[in-house]
Design a protein around this ligand. Structure first.
Ligand SMILES: O=C(O)CCC(=O)C(=O)O
Length: 280
């Protein structure tokens, strides 16, 4: 059963075992084969670790992006009625699907610094929502997801430089005193649904030999009028395309200031740059 109350309160809801072990195995085989095929097509020598960049495990195992635009298995997963059921329950309306991503995160790989998904998707009005399916057991050692409970109530925060020795993305958001990211350990087959304003990310995979693979989808609320251009076309759950507007760059973001001794978010104007916006 969906924990809508927890979702409204904390910004995320975990559905344990939404996918069976057999389904997880099939998906893993599918995406490992896709990785081999697409790397070979790019003439990448997967065993070459002789260069400096070759020492970064993510050079060999980059994220796969927007696979549903070229792959039926990914499209079927993105539009899985089970996901629609939970999403509709959490959002109160059937959403539109806009993105798929596959993270391999092998041993030694960096994580992704804390961020809000709607910084990238720029959905308005409203926000986006993620479905994050664990394809391996995820824990502190292999860099499970981290979330800041309650941060879905915040506006889009202004970004600051990230520590790129632990994050493959180069911007992050600052947390005021009293707010912390908490680990979300998951079993393979569990799905974490989270609000697009929720601050989340992950730390490096510190294991010697374990992957932390995950399949991720992003949706926007069925009443949204605009999304950033990289996420179009938006799809209904029957696969048909939605006629939706394109969000402009720019806008405001929140920054922490101290008022009467307590941290509060102050809204300031900022023009996010195009490169950053496209990098989710
Ligand atoms: O899987 C991760 O490590 C981070 C994923 C993430 O932040 C996202 O999907 O927005």
């Amino acid at each position: 059963m969906t924990n809508k109350r927890g979702f409204d309160q904390n910004g995320y809801a975990l559905i344990p075992g939404l996918y069976s072990g057999e389904e997880v195995d099939l998906l893993l085989r599918h995406y490992m084969a896709m990785h081999e095929r697409e790397s070979a097509a790019e003439n990448q020598d997967l065993n070459d670790t002789s260069t400096v960049s070759g020492a970064d495990p993510l050079v060999k195992w980059p994220r796969l992006m927007q696979m549903h635009r070229r792959d039926a298995t990914s499209l079927n997963w993105l539009l899985d009625p089970r996901l629609n059921h939970v999403l509709s329950d959490l959002m109160g309306i059937s959403p539109y699907a806009v993105q798929t991503m596959m993270y391999f995160k092998p041993a030694g790989a960096r994580g992704q610094a804390l961020h809000q998904d709607n910084f990238y998707l720029r959905v308005s009005p409203g926000t986006c929502i993620a479905a994050w399916l664990a394809l391996d057991d995820c824990d502190t050692e292999n860099g499970c997801l981290q979330v800041v409970p309650g941060s879905h109530q915040w506006p889009i925060l202004c970004t600051v430089p990230a520590d790129t020795s632990t994050s493959f993305t180069d911007v992050t958001v600052a947390l005021a005193e009293g707010h912390h990211a908490v680990n979300v350990p998951m079993k393979a087959g569990d799905v974490l649904f989270f609000n697009g304003q929720l601050v989340h990310g992950s730390l490096p995979n510190q294991t010697a030999n374990r992957f932390r693979r995950s399949l991720i989808a992003h949706y926007i609320a069925g009443e949204a009028e605009q999304v950033y251009k990289w996420y179009k076309p938006a799809l209904r759950f029957d696969g048909t395309e939605v006629d939706i507007g394109t969000s402009e760059r720019g806008g405001t973001c929140g920054t922490w200031v101290t008022r009467n001794g307590a941290p509060v978010l102050e809204i300031v104007g900022e023009e996010p740059n195009d490169t950053i916006l496209g990098r989710h």
